[in-house]
Write a new protein. Structure first.
Length: 300
């Protein structure tokens, strides 16, 4: 890691000693809470969780020093503001982008990240080679990692891979980062592949949200197709995504089930209704709900 990454790694250690914990909600919930909290931020959860600006000289000086060393603090008028956030899942801490995550290189973490990690813990198998496609913060590969496993984090966003490497180091997981969309520049086959792709219909939005056609599900289908081509015999692929339900029909399930023979396929809804605010958009006319779903592929 470079010097800035080492500063962030030290920040995570310091926060753990300070007893820091913050569970990140959806952006809609975040906006509502921040609107009523006011500024400046009062404590570490305000500044590194809720992304509130803070007054110079009033924040924890050790935290501010490490943020400065990492180049992760900026002026917001008369106040300072951290450009990263830190979320907790159990005892682990994960760095990601500060709210609001509107930039195309934003690194997102939220309720989907927690559901994705829970799914992997329930469904993963011991593996020698693990591939996390569209790794983002790296939570999928980190949770899936087994002792001695080779873990590849693949993502087209260099900012995501940069933070993911710090998150992995903090978790004690050795990773190789590959800047690529899908499996394009990744070699070999894998015993375990995990995927949590963008699944919202948002053509002009950040890359971490926009999933293309099929009301946002097209990218899920494409990445799953690529992943299956890299799955070793006896290997498992775990896909967490969202599916727009129209007239009771789940088109994502149909598209994934049709990807080809030679695999055992299981599919289920994890949450029947997520990101309901998206249904107000013109592209979702006729959509009843967006379901969080899991697809499991096992190569025979």
């Amino acid at each position: 890691m470079d010097d800035r990454q080492h500063a962030l790694a030290d920040l995570l250690k310091l926060l753990r000693r300070r007893g820091y914990a913050f569970v990140t909600p959806t952006p809609a919930t975040h906006a509502r809470v921040v609107a009523r909290r006011g500024v400046p931020g009062r404590d570490l959860r305000d500044t590194l969780g809720w992304s509130l600006p803070f007054e110079p000289g009033t924040a924890d000086p050790d935290v501010v020093a490490l943020l400065n060393a990492a180049g992760a603090v900026e002026y917001a008028g008369e106040w300072l503001r951290a450009t990263v956030r830190v979320s907790s899942r159990g005892e682990r801490l994960f760095l990601h982008s500060a709210y609001p995550t509107t930039g195309d290189d934003a690194v997102f973490f939220g309720p989907d990240s927690y559901r994705f990690a829970d799914l992997i813990e329930r469904e993963h198998r011991p593996a020698r080679r693990v591939l996390d496609i569209g790794a983002g913060t790296g939570i999928g590969g980190i949770v899936a990692a087994a002792a001695g496993a080779e873990v590849i984090l693949a993502d087209p966003n260099p900012a995501a891979l940069w933070l993911a490497e710090v998150n992995a180091a903090d978790a004690g997981v050795a990773v190789t980062r590959v800047e690529t969309a899908g499996c394009g520049d990744v070699d070999g086959r894998f015993d375990l592949i995990v995927i949590n792709p963008p699944y919202i219909l948002d053509p002009g939005g950040p890359a971490y949200r926009s999933g293309g056609d099929l009301h946002g599900a097209a990218l899920t289908v494409e990445l799953a197709r690529e992943g299956l081509e890299r799955l070793a015999p006896g290997g498992r692929m775990i896909v967490y995504s969202g599916s727009a339900i129209l007239d009771g029909r789940d088109r994502l399930r149909d598209a994934l089930a049709a990807l080809g023979g030679g695999f055992d396929f299981a599919y289920r809804e994890l949450d029947p209704d997520v990101f309901g605010e998206e249904l107000d958009g013109p592209g979702y006319a006729g959509v009843e709900r967006i379901a969080a779903v899991a697809a499991i592929f096992d190569r025979r």
